[in-house]
Design a protein around this ligand. Structure first.
Ligand SMILES: Cc1cc2nc3c(=O)[nH]c(=O)nc-3n(C[C@H](O)[C@H](O)[C@H](O)COP(=O)(O)O)c2cc1C
Length: 172
């Protein structure tokens, strides 16, 4: 088992996957970890769609600028913000900000759980919202904000650089 810091360091965007299926228990554990993320008022103002059928993966790929790995990954998770749910308690700020934050934190947690489960993923932001909404038959109020494609890795990408902490952080 990797400790948390190793897990974070081992997360790289992987865009080539083995054609090996994902065990249901692992998928369940990953979804549990996504839903363990914090959310404004504990409202969990998001919805997650598991896309596994081949024709849906292909359609999701086409809706995502034809990024091939989206079709090749055995599963993609589509994280959708639910602004209506957050607005019930937090009004406009909940609808405009918290729901998107809730959904993206859940997606980030899922990426770490995927690594801990021995797999890899890529966050996909380049997709046509309306096409994804239509494909997944989402209710109109849901906003798809992130696609996380996952599977057993078939490549080990070079680590990507990060800016120095001094450039990113200030202290007062
Ligand atoms: C908001 C967001 C949108 C992204 N969209 C895409 C995408 O559409 N296609 C893709 O291949 N990678 C996408 N990525 C992955 C980034 O390219 C990747 O995280 C970044 O280059 C750092 O590399 P690493 O994930 O290996 O550390 C996205 C990441 C984020 C957070």
């Amino acid at each position: 088992m990797w400790d948390f810091f190793e897990t974070v360091r081992h997360r790289h965007s992987v865009r080539k996957y083995q054609q090996r299926g994902i065990e249901l228990e692992k998928l369940h554990a990953i979804l549990e970890m996504a839903c363990a993320a914090p959310s404004a008022g504990d409202l969990q103002a998001y919805h997650i769609v598991v896309v596994a059928r081949k024709q849906d993966r292909q359609a999701l790929c086409e809706a995502s600028d034809n990024q091939d790995f989206v079709a090749e990954a055995p599963i993609s998770l589509v994280f959708c913000a639910d602004p209506e749910r957050s607005a019930q308690k937090y009004g406009e700020r909940g609808a405009a900000l918290y729901a998107v934050q809730d959904a993206t934190i859940a997606a980030a947690y899922s990426q770490l759980a995927i690594v801990a489960a021995g797999m890899a993923s890529t966050w996909v932001g380049a997709f046509d919202e309306d096409k994804v909404r239509a494909l997944l038959e989402l209710r109109p109020s849901l906003i798809p904000v992130a696609v996380v494609s996952l599977g057993y890795p078939a490549e080990l990408p070079e680590p990507t650089p990060r800016m120095q902490l001094e450039e990113m952080v200030s202290y007062r």
